[in-house]
Structures are given as C-alpha cells and as structure tokens.
Ligand binder design. Structure first.
Ligand SMILES: [Zn+2]
Ligand SMILES: [Zn+2]
Length: 1004
C-alpha cells in the first residue's frame, strides 16, 4: 500500500481491494459484465444481444395473422352493408358469402362455363363491373374482390404530398384504371405542378425529371387497360378508384338513382359527400385500433399494486405530474417552487386558458430541457376528457404524489420495492437475459449459501445504466455544447464570488478548491467554487472553516449565506465542513434512481435470495453488498485516470474505441473498480500526465488513484476465454441454408422419384432448364432464354433487364431497377407461359421406401444435420405432403427404411457444417492471412462459414446504436473479395481442420 495516502483513505482502499466487485455496463443491445478482485480482473466480457432481430421475424408472422383476421372482419362488414341495400325494382343484392362459394365466381368471368377460355385472356370481375356488364351477383363478386385485397397504405401519403422519389415508386407499381379518370387527372395535375415549379421543396431531396415521371405515368395507364396482376399489392388509392368505378358502372347499368350511386360510393370508398361531410369509407375502416392500453401490465411504481386508468383519476394524475416536474438550476434538478407550480395548477382550474402543446413544451423546456417530452402528457391530461393509458401509481399513492409527497413520506422502503410485471417492455426482456448470464457467472447452480459464490462473496455491484433522456441521442453525440468555461459555470452557481458575503471582492474570478487540494481534496466539480483573486489569496491553503473560525461573526454570516445558496446540498456540506477531513458522502438511498436500474436492483435481490446469500442494498451500509449506480461521465474520468499503469505501460485504451466490442467489457472492469459514492470523490486526488480534449499530454490533477486500477492489460494477455458473449442461441435452419445439400439416390435413373414444383418462368435459372418436367415446355423455355440472350447468369428476367438497360450500364442496382419493366415485357410477349413445372430436388436425397410397418413413403435425408424428413405419399392422391420431421443423430432409422449407400457419399466437412451456429465464437489458429484469436461466426453458407474477429462490432448493432463503423460482410458477399475489413471466409477444408483440432483438444 502506498505510504503517501492519507491513513484513513489508505485503510479504505486496502479494505476495498480485498473484496470481490462486479461491474455491469448496460446498453440496449450491448453491455459488459466484469468481476474484479484486488487489481486482478477475474472475468470480463462484452454481452451482445441480437434478440431484436428474432423478434422482428415473430412480429412479421403476427402481422400476417392479424392481416388475415382483419380481412375476414372486413368482408363481414361488407356483407352486412350489401344485405342492407335495395335495388330500384325492390330486389336485394345477393349474399356475398354465398356468391364467393359458387364455383362460377371463383374463376374469372366466362372461364368456368366455357372450357377453352384461357384465364389470362378473360376480363376480371372488377373490370366487367366497371363497364356495367354484370348482373347484381357479378357486382357483389367485384366488391368482395376489392375488399379482399384492399391495397397497401403503409406510406399513408396523399398524392399531393409525395416527393418525387415516392411518386416514381408509386407510378412504377400503380395500375391506373382506364374507366376511371379521377386518379389519372390527379396524377397529371401533380406532374404539371412539377413542370411549373422545378425547384419546389415539395419535390424532396432526390428529384426525378418530369419526363421520366410522365413515362412512368404512361406505363401505369397501359397497365390499367389490362386486368390487375395477381399477387401484386397495389396502392389503396388505386383500389379506391377501382371501387368507385365499379359502383358507377353497375349503378348505370342497373339504372340506380344518381343519389344512390353517390351515396354508395361515399359509404364504400369514402371522401366528401354532397353535403361536404367527410368519411373514411368501409374500405378504409380501421377494425382494430392501435393498442397501447393493454401492452404494459405494470403496477404502482412504489408498491406494485394495480393502477387506475388515467381517465378515471385525471386530476390526481395531473397534480402528481406537476409535482414530479423538476426545474434545472445550476445544472442540477430541483422540485418546482410554489409560483412555478401555480402556473400549471391555474391551467387545470381554467383549462380554456391553457396554451397549446407547443407553448406547454416551451414552458417546460425553459424549466428543464430534459423534460420537454413530458409536455404531450400534460396537454393530454389537460384537454382530453378521456386520456388513454394508466397512471404510474396506485390510487392511494397517486393521491399522495398529488399532494407533493414522496416515496419516503409513504414509508415505502427501497429494499422492498415490488417487481413490475413487465420490468422492461421496450428492451423485450433484455434485462432478464443479462440477469441469467450474471447468475451463471456469479453462482454455482448446485450450491446455496456462502459456498454458492464462484469467486467469493460480492461486496459491490456497480451499474451504469444510460438515462432514458440521453439514450435518445446517438452514441458519441453531445446533448448541447457548453460554450462557457467551468469558472463561468461555477460563477453562475453562486452569482459571482462564492465568498462575496464577506465583502471587499477584488480581481478576476478563478476556481477555488473548497477543501484544499494540498490536503487531499479532490479536483471534482463538487469541491470547486468561483472566487475572486482577493478572497482566493486570503483563504489560501485552508478550508472555509479553518479560515473563518477565528472570527465568529464572519463565520455565522457565511453560514447563513451558504444555506440560502442555490448549490447542491453536497456542496453546502463541503463549504460548511468543520473537520480536517474531506466530508464523506451521503449514505442515504439514491433518490430518483430511475425505474430501470431500480427494477434491475429488484431482480438482483431476487437472485441473491435464490442462493440464500444476504440481499444487496441500494443504500450504503457497512459490510453489506451495495448496488450503486454510476454515471457514464464518471466511468470516462476513471478510464482517463487508468489509461496507463504507474510504470507507463498501456492499460485501458483511451479514448474509448467504439469500433471495438471490447469497450463494454473494459467499461465493466472500470465500473467494478469504482469505490462507493461515500468516498469516491476522495480517490480523485492523484496527479499525472494525461491527454486533454485536444489530445495533448499534460500533467492533470483530479485523477483516480492508480492503486485501485484493474490490470486490464494483464487480463488481455492471459485470458483463454472469448471476451464477446452472445445472449441466446441462433441455430442455423437447415431449410434453404447450407444444409440443403442435394444428393441423388440414383443419379443415373431419370425416373427415380423426385419432387415437382411450379416455378415462375421469370425466376428460372440455368440449372432449371433441363429440369422442366414437360419436354414441350422445356423447348419453349429454352426459346425464351435464347430470345433474351440469356448468358447463364442470374434469372431470365435479370438477363432481360440487363439487355433493356443496355451494354453501357454496369451497376447492378441500375439493372435491378429495370426488372419490373423486364417482367412486364416477358408477360406481354409470353402471356400464356407464366410458370412451369420443374423437377426440384432441394433439400437432400429423396427416396421412395416401403418400410416394414406401413405404406409407401418418401424419405428425404438432411445429411448436414443428420435429419430425416418423411413425406407420406397418400394412396390415390397425387399430392405429397409433409407429414413428419424427425431429427436423428443416429443412423438406425435410416437402416429401418432400408436405404442403400448414398451416392455421392456425404463428406465429413458437410456433416460438420451442421455443428456450427450463428454468432458462435470459435478459436482459430494463426495463418499468414489472419492472426490467431477468437472469431465470431456471422454467416453459415453452403460452402462454409464467414467469421469476423470478435472485437468487430456487428453491423446490425452498429446500425441500431447509430455508429458508423467498418463494414461487416455485405449480404450475398463471399467475404474475402468485397474488401470488408477483417472478414474471413472459411471453406469446408478449414472447418474440417477446425473441428478435428477441437476433437483432439477434447481428447487431451
Ligand atoms: Zn402504490
Ligand atoms: Zn470575493
């Protein structure tokens, strides 16, 4: 222990170092966990969470489900509308459900009755109804067709608000119906508007020439003359105009009154009626309003009891919200004073005098820029009779909060805080997953009590959790640039010299350490005030008390003055400190800790209880485990202090390298080394050369003691575990991935059972040509291929697009743009040939076997995963359907099916591929093209895997956190050749070597 430390501080440091400490750095997608004892880092890791990507898939499925349900509901509404209408002759329209079930109406008109009619040539029910050529039943069918696919509206932009790029996008896919001129007129108007004002801001960032838009428009009109293409989503406005045209056409042919036609249009498609009343229309009806209320089932923030709806306790919720506001003064939040509160309360008593949301926002922003987002809530509570959502407190506690009382007044103990039912709805249980990982690291699952600890009892747990306010900002961005200097800001706190009450100020203002640095006072903001040169000189190397104690009059004047000052309580204590020691920090609970860290503390309590060890506390008590919250700024200051070891060698990288995933593990190690807040300031009394903001290395005071620093460099040297840990498992699905290797049971026998499937002609590729089932079809397909000058690369439509684009166009994206045009051209030149049946053998060996226990079955083998898919061939039916999937590790069931040897045989490397999974961290030996170390698997492809060094930040996380980093492998790229940094492709041979070496290692 260094001898130059003050004895009490030295003892504290000594006692602190002997304990086991945990640091946890939190982020939404990334985090760090570190365990430190003494100066040794016992464990440190960066935790990555890719879970949101998985959630995205689940959301997609849910959206599909809800979409289908909504379609049913929409049809039910349409039916109810149809059954209510009456025709002039007194007849009713037929029941759409019954119409839809009739075979005649399932196909296009005329197709069912006359056998020779090709569906492609037949008109659609919609276009027939538009021309007024249908009876009532045909009209009803047309309506149901439109309601079944009502078009997309996700952009929800009206034509006049579309920027150029959107407009082009719309026109590229739109089909502007010929019979109805409304939509066409509107588009023409918008194009004319662009011709008149070529620089208008409404055109957006990337402008498109008027000529190009006109070209797209003409093509959209062309498309309108043809029946809609099946399976192609259209814009809602197109569908609306279709709907109006259908009503118009049928109305005229059935000689409906003009009013009835207009009313029907208005009721079905919406718009303004004759009286100017606007209505959304049945087609646009929102059947399932967005759900907010039932998403978060959270309880009272104080006690966990159920909370009332805001609508029922509007006034209480409003008053509690006013009491919860904090004004910012001298960069510190404080509760509002009475006159500030009164403004808000006056608004409540006279809501008609209350300003609009913008003015409320401006007022709150003036009080505290951090809280301006609360303005919407205030406005909602003030003006909305029925505000949505629930209050954050139970009835009883809300009433207390409305009177300005706090948790402490309610007698709620910090240690007994309730677990919320949805602790972290936004992070989707991210915290719970981190907690599980922590449990694995800290405890031995089989033991209880003190022996359960892996590294010994944990005494301090330090959390760094970003504030919700700062979370909104991108990483590395600053909230606001403070232009004034620290002295100026200190002077603002005390309105000039801090000792001016003593009189006779003179000279310029400068910083003054309240507790002198020479006596061990830290160089932190809390220990600084502004003082004039005269007072600074007079005070000299003393505390205020040592300076003024001999003159009781001056001291008491100073005491009274300090009590009234608008500085933090802590600073007042330091100013009035009468002891020769720097005052220790306040051991009381951390107030306003924030919901998330509080809930995490609750979870930690539950975890400790599970292992029968003493519970951790959020307030400081000697000898008990302390959970402390650390701000990002403090972590930064400690990193600066510890970027070098005392001997001058490198320790923590400084500044923080955000392009390395290790920075979270480093932060966690720094956090774990942070002393409790009661004496954290005191350790900031060391002086050394450290870089400033400009990168100049200068002697700087106020650094953290080097004795406390964890030895990060040593940890990196001796570690034998990966630093990156990925939460969750990401198995590679064998379908459509590398595991779908194709093997032929009888390659020489053409008649061996094979799967047949339909493929779109435009999506055919070279290998498909010889697999087309019918010889005649194959000849036609080959003729098309020669027409489009297919060169054996990509699909047929891509080849055609390349030809349309011309030989001078080289960029793939430009060719891609021409694909819709190419598809259209293909469909016009070969309208009868949309899809062909192709032998398809995707996904393993296909064999027809007759097992001893049952009927004939089709068996498919997934060699890479050792899986077996059994397809049952139903007797008497052609259709083969997937019945069972059995995953097998052992070959026994294969033998039951009596399969002969496979040809070609499955190679070991391919079998091995199935053992890798995504985000797995593997150790690779050094090679000329790569260094030895841990690598993360980013992709598993047919021919091998792609890995990146573990410190490379994954692109999906970088995107979500707003970081601009090196590229990760692009989609479809093979790795080495696309120039992305650090990416390495592993072929099957590499993998074989990898697994063999691992096998040897395991055997040792
Ligand atoms: Zn409560
Ligand atoms: Zn002064």
């Amino acid at each position: 222990m260094p001898s130059n430390l003050e004895p009490t501080l030295g003892d504290r440091v000594h006692a602190f170092l002997s304990t086991v400490r945990v640091g946890i750095d939190f982020g939404e997608h990334t985090g760090g966990i570190a365990i430190v004892r003494g100066n040794e880092v016992l464990h440190a890791e960066t935790v990555l969470d890719f879970h949101e990507a998985t959630l995205e898939q689940r959301r997609l499925l849910r959206r599909g489900r809800r979409g289908r349900h909504a379609k049913k509901m929409r049809l039910a509404r349409l039916r109810s509308w149809i059954l209510r209408q009456q025709l002039p002759n007194g007849a009713r329209l037929p029941d759409p459900y019954e119409i839809m079930r009739r075979r005649k109406y399932m196909a296009q008109p005329g197709v069912f009755e006359s056998k020779g009619t090709s569906p492609q040539d037949a008109p659609s029910w919609v276009s027939l109804a538009q021309d007024g050529k249908t009876d009532a039943a045909g009209f009803v069918r047309a309506l149901t067709l439109i309601f079944q696919r009502r078009g997309y509206k996700w952009d929800a932009i009206a034509l006049e608000e579309m920027p150029d790029a959107k407009m082009k996008d719309f026109l590229l896919n739109a089909r502007i119906p010929a019979g109805n001129t409304g939509l066409a007129d509107e588009v023409k108007l918008q194009i004319e508007r662009r011709r008149a004002d070529s620089t208008g801001s409404f055109r957006g960032k990337s402008k498109v020439s008027v000529e190009e838009l006109e070209g797209c428009f003409l093509r959209a009109l062309e498309r309108g003359k043809k029946p809609p293409r099946p399976r192609l989503a259209e814009h809602r406005s197109v569908k609306e105009s279709d709907l109006r045209a259908v009503v118009e056409g049928f109305g005229k042919s059935a000689s409906l009154a003009r009013e009835t036609i207009d009313r029907w249009k208005w009721e079905l498609a919406g718009g303004n009626d004759a009286r100017g009343i606007s209505r959304a229309g049945l087609l646009n009806k929102v059947l399932r309003p967005a759900r907010f209320d039932n998403r978060l089932r959270t309880g009272c923030a104080w006690c966990g009891k159920a909370t009332p709806r805001k609508a029922r306790v509007r006034e209480l919720a409003y008053r509690a919200a006013v009491n919860n506001l904090r004004a910012r003064e001298n960069f510190r939040p404080r509760p509002l004073n009475e006159s500030e509160k009164q403004v808000f309360l006056d608004w409540w008593s006279k809501p008609e005098t209350a300003p609009g949301p913008d003015a409320i926002k401006a007022r709150i922003k003036k009080l505290n820029p951090d809280q301006d987002r609360m303005a919407r809530q205030f406005h909602d509570l003030l003006q909305n009779e029925k505000p949505k959502g629930r209050a954050s407190l139970c009835q009883e506690h809300l009433a207390m909060a409305a009177q300005g009382k706090t948790m402490r007044d309610a007698g709620v103990d910090w240690q007994r805080i309730a677990v919320r039912k949805a602790p972290n709805p936004c992070g989707e249980r991210h915290d719970a997953r981190v907690m599980r990982r922590l449990e694995n690291l800290l405890f031995n699952p089989l033991l209880r009590g003190d022996s359960a600890w892996r590294y010994g009892p944990v005494s301090y747990i330090s959390l760094e959790i970003p504030d919700p306010g700062t979370e909104q900002l991108g990483k590395g961005k600053q909230a606001e640039r403070k232009t004034d200097t620290l002295t100026e800001r200190l002077a603002a706190e005390t309105d000039g010299c801090a000792y001016k009450v003593l009189g006779s100020c003179a000279g310029g203002l400068d910083k003054d350490h309240i507790f002198p640095q020479s006596k061990g006072g830290p160089d932190v903001r809390m220990n600084l005030v502004a003082a004039c040169a005269a007072h600074n000189k007079e005070k000299d190397n003393r505390t205020p008390h040592a300076w003024l104690a001999s003159e009781p009059g001056r001291w008491s004047a100073f005491e009274q003055y300090v009590q009234k000052l608008g500085v933090p309580e802590r600073k007042k204590i330091i100013l009035l400190n009468k002891t020769p020691e720097y005052p220790p920090g306040d051991p009381s609970p951390l107030a306003r800790i924030g919901a998330r860290p509080r809930q995490f503390a609750v979870l930690l309590g539950k975890l400790f209880a599970k292992y029968d060890v003493p519970l951790p506390r959020v307030d400081y008590r000697l000898g008990e485990t302390l959970i402390q919250r650390i701000s990002g700024g403090e972590t930064h200051a400690f990193r600066l202090s510890w970027c070098k070891k005392p001997d001058g060698s490198n320790n923590f990288p400084y500044p923080k390298d955000r392009s390395s995933t290790f920075n979270h593990a480093e932060d966690a190690a720094i956090l774990a080394a942070m002393p409790p807040h009661t004496w954290r300031e005191q350790v900031r009394c060391w002086r050394a050369e450290r870089p400033n903001a400009k990168g100049e290395w200068l002697p700087r005071p106020g650094l953290a003691l080097p004795e406390l620093a964890p030895d990060w460099a040593a940890y990196l040297q001796k570690r034998n575990k990966p630093i990156v840990y990925v939460l969750g498992r990401y198995p590679v699905r064998w379908r459509g991935k590398f595991a779908d290797l194709t093997f032929w049971l009888q390659p020489e026998n053409k008649d061996a059972p094979r799967l047949k499937r339909y493929k779109q002609v435009r999506n055919l590729k070279q290998p498909d040509f010889r697999n087309v089932v019918s010889d005649a079809m194959r000849a036609r397909v080959e003729r098309i291929a020669s027409e489009v000058a297919y060169g054996g690369k990509g699909t047929i439509s891509e080849a055609l697009a390349r030809r349309i684009a011309g030989p001078e166009v080289k960029k793939a994206s430009e060719v891609q743009q021409k694909i819709p045009e190419a598809v259209e051209q293909l469909e016009t030149t070969h309208p009868e040939l949309r899809r062909v049946q192709v032998f398809s053998q995707k996904g393993g060996t296909m064999a027809q076997v007759r097992p001893s226990d049952g009927p004939m079955r089709l068996v498919q083998i997934k060699p890479a995963t050792d899986g077996l898919v059994v397809w049952r061939k139903w007797e008497g039916k052609k259709k083969k359907s997937l019945k069972t999937y059995i995953s097998l590790i052992r070959p026994h069931p294969l033998r039951v099916f009596g399969l002969p040897r496979l040809h070609p045989p499955i190679r070991d490397a391919e079998r091995i591929l199935g053992q890798l999974h995504r985000h797995q961290i593997i150790w690779l030996q050094g090679r000329p093209d790569r260094s030895e170390g841990f690598y993360r698997v980013t992709k598993c492809q047919r021919g091998g895997a792609t890995v990146v060094p573990e410190e490379l930040v994954p692109a999906e996380i970088a995107n979500r956190e707003g970081l601009k980093l090196q590229k990760e492998p692009m989609e479809g790229g093979d790795g080495t050749d696309d120039g992305s940094l650090g990416t390495i492709s592993l072929g099957k041979r590499d993998l074989e070597a990898y697994f063999l070496s691992r096998k040897e290692k395991n055997a040792e």
